[in-house]
Design a binder for this molecule. Structure first.
Ligand code: HPA
Length: 236
């Protein structure tokens, strides 16, 4: 039991997918996992455990933004001994290298968040995904034949960013803007666990355009499959 996750010890698998949206967690559990059981309903932040191709997998909503993700990821690492965490979510693209509906395998995450400042002061930590996970995901996505690229995102504290900070990140090769990955990678470093993020480009900030709700459903499917097959690959 922990404060925000009300599950008994052993109820959560060592491998966890982390969507921001708790209803997305439910969708993944119902459509991709076998024998999925709900272990958490506190604050409506659903968590489920089931199996995928025989491998135990949990899927836990994190809410939006780094402070919210930080609560759930900390409890998963600290109290439930989670070893592998893959964030699955959407981002706004800021690079011509990636198009609407593409998948991004995130290998590093810049941030404007003061969570990093509070930990590191004037030092600048580089939140980095697990190479083992990124390598496995790259193989899986390549074999699936989907459109994808590997690179960095920026985890912003703003969704509505009047300062347009994305332009600066874009100058330095960042592919997309989202709101959670940097904190996940930093916590994984602290707890010595494996983490990465897999994003679907839901809107294009640089070139314009957004996906419809129906399209988001199908492109999400690629992202889920890559994440779940990556978990299978690293558990062999
Ligand atoms: N900004 C931040 N997070 C996002 C965006 C965005 O434009 N699109 C999807 N998640």
């Amino acid at each position: 039991m922990s404060t925000h996750i009300n599950a008994p010890e052993g109820a959560i698998a060592p491998n966890v997918l982390l969507p921001g949206d708790p209803l997305r967690a439910k969708f993944i559990a119902e459509n991709f996992l076998e024998n999925a059981k709900c272990y958490n309903e506190v604050r409506g932040m659903f968590g489920f455990t089931g199996t995928y191709k025989g491998v135990p997998v949990s899927v836990q909503g994190t809410g939006m933004g780094q402070p919210s993700l930080s609560i759930y990821a900390t409890e998963l690492f600290k109290f439930y001994n989670v070893q592998t965490a893959i964030r699955v979510g959407t981002c706004g693209a800021v690079s011509e290298k990636t198009q609407l509906r593409d998948t991004i395998l995130v290998n590093s995450a810049c941030s404007d968040s003061c969570l990093l400042n509070q930990r590191f002061g004037n030092m600048h930590f580089a939140p980095t995904a697990s190479f083992e996970l990124v390598k496995a995901a790259d193989k899986v996505a390549g074999e699936m034949g989907i459109r994808y690229c590997v690179g960095s995102v920026a985890s912003s504290d703003f969704f509505y960013d009047k300062n347009e900070n994305w332009k600066k990140w874009a100058e330095y090769g960042v592919l997309g803007i989202e709101m959670e990955s940097a904190e996940l990678f930093t916590l994984a470093a602290e707890y010595k666990r494996r983490a990465m993020a897999i994003m679907t480009v839901s809107d294009h900030i640089l070139l314009g355009g957004a996906t419809t709700a129906e399209e988001r459903q199908t492109t999400f499917t690629n992202m889920m499959k890559v994440a779940l097959e990556t978990i299978v690959a690293v558990n062999k």
